[in-house]
Design a binder for this molecule. Structure first.
Ligand code: CS2
Length: 506
């Protein structure tokens, strides 16, 4: 073994005398697949904003396949908007990392080489703008999470009072938000006569392409009407449906992967076997042959996006809030309780009538496969992780279905219970009185409402339903108010486990 020593805080001590890197790829055990191409000949074509675990488990794997097929001008430069952690972990290993695909049947490891560089936007915003302005950058993709769009989730409009947007409108040389970077670079490309890149949102937002397009255009219009017009006319914002379950990497994962590799990988990714990417085929400056890597190219992604948000993500959030309250640490643990599994199925069944799917779509089969994926015993996907940022997730996951069912004159009890679970969760005390670490951009505001209302459903539910940026007009609908208040009262009275149990019996 080499004597190269790099100690990574929090990583396994067993294999820390050797670090994953280009130079050490030939020491990786044969059973683990490595990039099947010469990394030194790959050039960047994509800049990805928000290089977290999700991107590395999903899009970067697709690009890795395409690079192996010869599309060598589509390498990725990843940028984190704030935190240096990903760069700090990956730069010393030439941005190589392992994807560990886990199921009940075992783990498959694969080393991904498609990320060529990692940068941190705040450290050198000028460098990132220059990269985005470079004509070689033909696609800018994003996974910045729902809150990274600086918008009002209920309306999909730019939140002009968001502190990052306020700053970015004043300073286009050192933006802080993804929207600020995109517009700063597009403005420069327009002046330079360079064709604009495609903006490819890979976040769980309804009509994510349309939404990011609207936000970029609204922001640009606040700077220059001509720039906004040019963006509207020239920039493609395809919507995408992206799906792969990717729990946060733990120290135990780092240790297990590093031991399989025989060398340290400071930030491997753990995920499930399933992966899906459906993309609208509209690109401003070319694209790789995505279909060759199994990506589905369609003309309208909306039905698939709604299907995923209202079946997968909705039941995920419902399981996260109610499962957490019932004392379950992970989704898989929550699913071992048949009543919770049945509740998740009910969330999906209730969403089905609100969807307009292409003929032949097998929603029952899709739902059954989701339940199996949630039950994957090898994934440690914490309920707490999914519970994060509820204020940004509820509209597209749960509220759209509620509105749809109300329009159809159907009952909304299932989804009202999930919303009540979120309300009970954000009181920040669990059913045993222990503190809950609530993470949400609206946390201070929501906590103040919960504090003022006290633990009484008839005060708390209506007060939270008045948060306009989440609920809009739905919050004032008497059917919504009564269903959510009733469900929250039951949660206080009986606890999540019994409510879910009785819900199934009813
Ligand atoms: C999850 C998603 O964290 C969450 O809110 O619901 O990240 C989910 O795992 C992915 O969308 C699956 O594709």
């Amino acid at each position: 073994m080499s004597s190269e020593t790099t100690k990574i805080p929090g990583s396994s001590p067993k294999v820390d005398d050797l670090r994953l890197s280009n130079a050490n790829l030939d020491r990786v055990p044969d059973a683990i697949s490595c990039p099947a191409y010469d990394r030194s000949s790959v050039t960047p074509g994509i800049v990805h904003l928000g290089i977290g675990a999700f991107h590395r488990a999903h899009q970067a794997v697709v690009i890795d396949d395409l690079l192996a097929g010869g599309a060598t001008d589509w390498g990725i430069v990843g940028a984190s908007l704030r935190s240096p952690d990903t760069r700090d972990a990956l730069a010393p290993q030439d941005c190589l990392y392992t994807v560990a695909v886990r199921s009940g049947a075992g783990t498959d490891h694969r080393i991904i080489g498609s990320v060529l560089r990692c940068e941190v936007a705040t450290e050198n915003p000028g460098q990132l703008i220059a990269r985005l302005t470079n004509p070689a950058t033909r696609i800018v993709s994003l996974t910045v999470t729902e809150k990274g769009y600086c918008h009002t989730p209920q309306t999909g409009d730019l939140d002009e009072r968001h502190p990052d947007i306020v700053l970015d409108l004043q300073n286009s040389d050192a933006p802080r938000s993804a929207i600020g970077f995109l517009v700063a670079a597009l403005a420069r490309r327009r002046i330079a006569g360079t064709a604009p890149f495609t903006i490819l949102s890979c976040d769980n937002l309804s009509a994510n392409g349309h939404t990011v397009g609207r936000l970029v255009t609204q922001f640009a219009a606040l700077k220059s009407r001509n720039l906004a017009k040019w963006i509207e006319a020239e920039v493609a914002f395809p919507s995408t449906m992206v799906d792969r379950i990717v729990p946060e990497t733990t120290d135990a994962d780092r240790a297990a992967v590093s031991s399989a590799l025989g060398m340290t990988d400071a930030w491997p990714i753990v995920t499930e076997p399933f992966t899906q990417w459906i993309v609208e085929d509209r690109f401003s400056a070319g694209r790789p042959d995505f279909a060759a890597a199994g990506v589905q190219l369609v003309s309208d992604v909306k039905p698939f996006e709604h299907m995923k948000l209202r079946l997968l993500n909705a039941s995920h959030s419902a399981l996260a809030y109610l499962g957490y309250l019932a004392g379950h640490e992970t989704i898989a643990a929550t699913m071992t309780d048949d009543r919770f599994a049945a509740f998740a199925r009910q969330v999906m069944e209730d969403a089905a009538p609100t969807l307009a799917m292409p003929a032949g779509t097998d929603l029952a089969g899709y739902s059954a496969s989701l339940l199996q994926r949630f039950a994957n015993p090898a994934l440690h996907h914490r309920t707490w992780q999914i519970a994060m940022d509820g204020s940004q997730k509820l509209p597209q996951r749960l509220l759209g279905t509620i509105e749809g069912r109300l329009r159809l004159g159907l009952p909304i009890d299932t989804h009202a219970l999930a919303v009540a679970g979120w309300m009970r969760y954000l009181t920040a005390k669990d059913e045993q009185g222990r503190p809950i670490d609530v993470r949400d951009p609206l946390a201070p505001k929501l906590a103040a409402i919960a504090e003022a209302a006290g633990p009484a459903a008839e005060r708390l539910a209506p007060a939270l339903l008045e948060v306009d940026s989440i609920f809009g007009a739905l919050g004032a609908d008497p059917r919504m108010r009564s269903a959510v208040t009733g469900a929250l009262a039951k949660l206080y009275e009986m606890g999540a486990r019994r409510v879910v149990q009785e819900f199934q019996a009813a």
